[in-house]
Ligand binder design. Sequence first.
Ligand SMILES: Nc1nc2c(ncn2[C@@H]2O[C@H](COP(=O)(O)OP(=O)(O)OP(=O)(O)O)[C@@H](O)[C@H]2O)c(=O)[nH]1
Ligand SMILES: [Mg+2]
Length: 697
Amino acid sequence: MRVFESDSIRNICIIGHGAAGKTSLTSAILFDSGSVNRLARVEDGNTVTDYDDEEIDRKISINAALAHCEWNKKKINILDTPGYRPFLAETQLALRAADAAVVVIDAVSGVEVQTEKVWAFCNEYSLPRIIVISKIDRDNASSERSLASLEESFGRAAFPLQIPMGAEKSFEGVISIVTEKAYKYARDGSGKFQEEEVPAQYKDELASMREKLIEIVAEASDALMEKFFAEGTLDQADLTEGLKASILQGNICPVFYASSTLNMGIAQILDAITDLLPSPTTVGKTKGINPKTNQPVERAISSKEPYAAYVFKTIADPFAGRISLIKLNSGIMRSDSTYNNQTKGKSEKFGPLQIPQGKTMLPVGEVHAGDFFAVTKLRETTTGDTLCDPANPIVFARVEVPEPSITFAIEPKSRGDEDKISNALARILEEDAAIKYTRDAQTKQMLLSGSGQLHVEVTVAKLRKRYSVDVLLKTPKIPYRETIRGKADVQGRHKKQTGGHGQFGDCWIRLEPLAHGGGFEFADEIFGGSIPRNFIPAVEKGIVEAAARGYLAGYPVVDYKITLYDGSYHPVDSSEMAFKTAGRIAFKKAMEQANPVLLEPIMDVEIYAPQEYAGALTGDLSSRRGRLQGLDIKRDIQIIKAQVPMSEMVSYEPVLTSMTGGRGTYHMEFSHYDEVPAHISAKIIEEANKDRKEEEE
Ligand SMILES: Nc1nc2c(ncn2[C@@H]2O[C@H](COP(=O)(O)OP(=O)(O)OP(=O)(O)O)[C@@H](O)[C@H]2O)c(=O)[nH]1
Ligand SMILES: [Mg+2]
């Protein structure tokens, strides 16, 4: 592999809604630039960037994958990212490493829910972007509708630099508004095209679009504005320079057209990437924090600066081990050297540096500022870490990935596999920051949380295929809680006479409810030594332990206050043990009188689906005891907000999928605990006590 200088590099991330055509576009780019020798297809499972078994099986992207190509003597690093919601954390992490984005939209569906999501990520990272309207060859593809939906969602920044010649079955190629040339393509997948004069029927449209473009571009700088006013137009060189500046400022996001599967329009997109999008040198600087002073610092993206690199992704390869994908923000890094992991405060021995082409690794001796590389088997380094010269320290900000939205309980198919599962999941967690694995202290279940059912299923498939552990997915037990609505004032007395020493403990307590989220309070109002000081903590301990085991149905009691105000003791027979028991007895008696109730977790749910399903979906939610919080419409997408008990949402995903023909998605997070209605709580208590009996037997 050749070494590239910062100004010959372009780092782009390909983003968009699920199935918009990102991987297919990447595939065509790699073929047309001569990086691979066939036009691979997602359907055939042979693309460079969807190489994971799960991706091949499901024909969707699950991981961000890195590839590269050369075009116009520039090296383009391409991150092909997933578009489906459960995998967007990957996309977010990849975008963090890119200098620009290529936003792909489907020419039939236009802007979709996740298009807006990834667009917002780009805004967050201030990334310049171009837009590709893909699948322009499909039936019902429409450039007008696509442009209208872009303008509606993103305003006037989305501006076409091309006019498509024909559409659907008659798509022939594109006309460039900048070069004023037509590029007529073969439809045989070869990617061959001819540069031609613009056909007469497009000339008027071209002239008026060009005029508009020049007006927008002139706003990029005062100098251009002056020229524009003086001459009424801009020359070609000024137009290109102004366009680059406008893109960098985010004032314009040029729109292009392509059919990736027919391999048409790709060369012009590659030209745009090398000629219009910024190199790391143009980006100029990266921002970080000086860990010594905690002050913000900037570092020039230059090979002459001390080294500083950011780990943007980790792959847990069952054979190669841990693979770290790294962006070098400044300096030079070389194979077989030792580097400082600033985040972990440890040094790391690097083996050979490698340049990934999907799963294939190409060795390289050194890498210069602005470029990407991979290195395997680092010991301490994980995603989000900074590696840098300890004498010139800088730390780059991590990406916060969203909290998981769905939780399943997992059980090993064969007994005794728990440790194996934990070890394998620890590997998987290294590469997937959006997965969480916990053991519920209350229910004792192993819980696997992810960004959607598909995400959790993919993780389970990884466990099976990579680590040979089979697990069953179950709906998790609902973490109910108990609390009280009333007050009680009781005595707990424990007295036992068995042979020699007896046991004696006696306490009087008041139990009262605390406000929601109040937890537990213990007030000690013992005066005059009715209970000796050293036994008071024992009473509290007995109460806390009893509360953790629950009263109604075995769920922990929350939001209550205990006041210990009187008691008595025996000089010989009293002990900590005896007072603990007295506390437990008192608590049980108090619960009996204090009107105990069951609490259940309530979720904030947001459902996105085409408008025509709104009625059916809200009806279904109310049958799940949901409370509607609001309805919103964004274009033809209905957003339904509701609060629904967790127990009613455990198997919602398949229901939503079948109700909307796969066009609905949803997100939920924990909101608060609320009282379970009496008729339902009776059933839960009965069930739980049956289980508890079985466990005891
Ligand atoms: N007709 C037509 N079909 C296309 C085109 N591009 C992609 N497709 C098809 O659209 C489907 C999805 O394509 P992908 O390239 O996997 O889309 P993606 O955006 O990478 O999808 P995710 O990564 O899973 O979000 C596949 O069946 C492709 O063959 C195109 O330009 N024209
Ligand atoms: Mg893809």
